[in-house]
Write a protein that binds this ligand. Structure first.
Ligand SMILES: CC(C)(COP(=O)([O-])OP(=O)([O-])OC[C@H]1O[C@@H](n2cnc3c(N)ncnc32)[C@H](O)[C@@H]1OP(=O)([O-])[O-])[C@@H](O)C(=O)NCCC(=O)NCCSC(=O)C[C@@](C)(O)CC(=O)[O-]
Length: 442
């Protein structure tokens, strides 16, 4: 029996900012962002969009496109680091939104017996949900699981993370009928607790706040959606963890140079060119090349053989990322969709080809694993149109972007949007304060 991904869908934020507009306003050379990091557009959520609406859109699309009976979904595990609540899972919001839309066809509470939860480990949380759900279907081969990766990658204005912002969701159906990719059960894992990127409770003292009212507590702790991070250190942690997880994968499988057997290398992409920039180390180790000095490292990156390797095995997975930015947990899944969509559009045959995955989540952990493309993959991919759909987003200017970022807009940019949207957050009723209410516009 085989296990893996039976179907997949995605959703991206409805707005975007041209990276060159951001570069100009921040006094950064556009070529650094476009040619150095591979960034072209930055996906950005409208006022009514958040990680729950992205997840709901991807889930509804999955169910509709592949004619899934929602009652056959035994669990919905959602990987996110953009949780809207520290107790109530974002998955429960997404599930409720979709349940309402499906009510007419499937009756009330079609997810009544569905196991729903969030998993969090920065960008690798959805890989963890996927790993766990694969185990679940291996034990229960007659059951189906949905894994959703959904996030909004937001950084402080004018920080070095700002140009890597993005967002969106990918949902996959995991089952014993892996029409897209079947996965082997080998997981290279590497973990180390570090502070490369994290979202702690921020501490504020009353004495440091301007005009704090008398009733204000002396000290408060709040979560913000903007991380504390050290960019170059996070690059190093990423590189170290994927090397360790890759070596662990080699150890447990006994495979020699596994990357050479992979048609595509699918990375967690915090920005489009990250995978190809960091893989130089593993590539050098595998090929006996010196990798000590910055000059040696540059020489590997610029070598004809490495450039050919990138063009063959990584470039197609970067394309969606260049148009969206970091999707945190969803980035690795979107990198997969990007590569498969491109192969599909180019009429390439992938059946039986092996794909390697290198996941990373700050804080920090990497998982390295592999799967094989199934004979039915084209039927699954025929439901997507990733690059065409990206063209239907609305462009925003820099002023609108800053207002959205600062939460200064009351109304959505696209007021007549279709699909799920946040209607309001309860602020008065003491027993519902903070509850979020969503609706669906046809
Ligand atoms: C990612 C960094 C650190 C990048 O930091 P940076 O300082 O913007 O860029 P850089 O100096 O590292 O690289 C710039 C590249 O542009 C090139 N360049 C320069 N000028 C030009 C020019 N004129 N024309 C052409 N190319 C140019 C330059 O040569 C270089 O390319 P290289 O040669 O090294 O390949 C920053 O954006 C950042 O802090 N981002 C936020 C954190 C982050 O994304 N970290 C990534 C690893 S951690 C991770 O992936 C986890 C994460 C973040 O997703 C969170 C989670 O797990 O939840």
């Amino acid at each position: 029996m085989t296990f893996g991904i039976e179907a997949a869908s995605y959703h991206v934020p409805s707005l975007y900012l041209e990276i060159k507009d951001l570069a100009e306003k921040r006094g950064i050379e556009p070529a650094k962002l476009e040619k150095g990091l591979g960034l072209h557009k930055m996906g950005f959520p409208d006022v009514h969009e958040d990680a729950a609406t992205f997840a709901a859109e991807a889930l509804l699309k999955l169910i509709k496109d592949y004619h899934i009976n929602p009652k056959d979904i035994a669990r919905i595990y959602l990987g996110t680091e953009s949780a809207l609540d520290a107790a109530k899972p974002t998955a429960s919001y997404a599930m409720q939104m979709v349940e309402k839309v499906l009510e007419e066809e499937f009756g009330e509470r079609c997810f009544k017996n569905c196991d729903v939860v969030d998993l969090t480990f920065a960008c690798i949380g959805a890989v963890d949900a996927f790993h766990n759900s694969l185990d679940f279907v291996r034990v229960n081969p007659d059951k189906k699981a949905v894994v959703i990766a959904s996030d909004y990658a937001k950084y402080e204005l004018a920080s070095s993370g700002e140009y890597t912002q993005g967002g969106g969701a990918v949902a996959v159906l995991v089952s014993s009928k892996p029409d897209l990719i079947e996965f082997e059960n080998n997981w290279g894992v590497a973990t180390e607790s570090v502070f490369d990127f994290f979202k702690p409770r921020r501490h504020f003292k009353k004495e440091n706040l301007n005009n704090a009212p008398e009733s204000f507590p002396e000290k408060i702790e709040i979560f913000t959606d903007e991380p504390v991070f050290d960019g170059q250190y996070s690059n190093q942690c990423y590189q170290d963890r994927i090397r360790e997880a890759y070596n662990h994968y080699k150890e447990i499988t006994g495979k020699n140079k596994p990357y050479e057997h992979w048609k595509y290398l699918i990375f967690h992409l915090p920005y489009a060119f990250h995978g190809k920039r960091v893989f130089t180390e593993i590539y050098s180790l595998e090929n006996g090349l010196s990798y000590e000095t910055p000059e040696e490292q540059k020489a590997v990156a610029k070598s004809e053989a490495y450039i050919q390797f990138i063009n063959d095995k990584i470039e197609k997975s970067q394309r969606a990322s260049s148009e969206i930015g970091n999707m945190y947990t969803a980035s690795i899944f979107m990198a997969l969709l990007s590569a498969l969509q491109t192969s599909f559009n180019e009429n390439e045959e992938l059946t039986g080809k092996e794909i390697g995955f290198l996941g990373y989540g700050s804080g920090s952990k990497s998982k390295v694993f592999a799967g094989k493309v199934s004979a039915n993959w084209k039927n699954v991919v025929s439901k997507w149109d990733v690059f065409e759909e990206l063209k239907s987003r609305t462009a925003i200017n820099f002023e609108t972007y800053e207002k959205l970022h600062r939460k200064q807009l009351e109304n959505s940019v696209n007021e007549n949007y279709k699909g799920f949207g946040l209607k309001y957050v309860e602020l008065e009723n003491p027993v519902l304060k903070g509850a979020r209410y969503y609706h669906y516009q046809k």
